[in-house]
Ligand binder design. Sequence first.
Ligand SMILES: NC(=O)c1ccc[n+]([C@@H]2O[C@H](COP(=O)([O-])OP(=O)(O)OC[C@H]3O[C@@H](n4cnc5c(N)ncnc54)[C@H](O)[C@@H]3O)[C@@H](O)[C@H]2O)c1
Length: 271
Amino acid sequence: MSAFDLDGNVAIVTGGAGGIGGATARLLLERGAQIVIADIAEEKAQALARELDSEGSQVAALRFDLSDEASIQSMIAAAVQRFGRIDILVNNAALLSGEIQQVDRDVETMPTWAWDAVYTANCRGTMIMTREAIPHLCKTRGVIVNVVSSLAFQGHFMQLAYTTSKAALIQLTRSVAASHSRRGVRCNAVAPGMTLTPIVEAHFPLDMRKVLEDETLRDQLGRPEEIAEVICFLASDAARNITGEIVAADSGFTSHFPAMSRLAAVVGAPG
Ligand SMILES: NC(=O)c1ccc[n+]([C@@H]2O[C@H](COP(=O)([O-])OP(=O)(O)OC[C@H]3O[C@@H](n4cnc5c(N)ncnc54)[C@H](O)[C@@H]3O)[C@@H](O)[C@H]2O)c1
């Protein structure tokens, strides 16, 4: 057995019916874990569970709403009842609805209802998920992986609520690591850059995609499977010396100074 294997582990993936969450559920299963696909999109979650595990012995689909405390509590209780333990919590779900994205721009125009909705799901919900799961994780000496965003590292003229909520989750990651690593629970985060999930592939305009690709260091955007690889690594014993860290998985988007590609063009340098 390698340190990357997850045999015998039980993992909850919130937003597990989506692009990054679905790829993560698939890879966790391949590495040997039993999976709870926890999502508000009940039918999508059930369809993925059937696709991954037609017998239903390794994968369960559970509906829950990250914005609803009671719903989080009953989902966790149902997961423990089903598989008996929790070893891995992937806090991946986030409020990404089109309605919110249309109004989540800068501070001058921010509707209070949109701010509250994003913070209720992303910050309050992820804190409650973590609080409710942590007694179970303490018993198993388990792991938390939060999915944040590389947009939380830099200022942007839009997505104020989304990016600041993800920045709060970076601090949640470090604080939970500080309070619980000595009790056996590691807590880390992955910060994806723009990742070509099915929704991004379908709706993100190609010309805007090209602008972002040109600012990466490997000249391509990430794939959900690549984020899943980082999550599974952080969840595994291979990452036992890592806690309280934020791992950017963004094709190098945030690792260099912003004007680099334009400057390279001016001086005729590669890149
Ligand atoms: N795709 C990207 O470019 C990108 C970049 C950086 C960070 N991220 C982060 O990655 C994570 C996954 O995003 P994705 O791109 O796979 O999006 P996605 O829309 O494919 O997946 C999100 C999932 O969360 C679920 N969800 C939404 N609201 C919920 C709620 N209230 N309760 C429970 N489940 C809920 C959705 O049903 C969906 O299945 C998010 O945290 C997102 O912020 C994505």
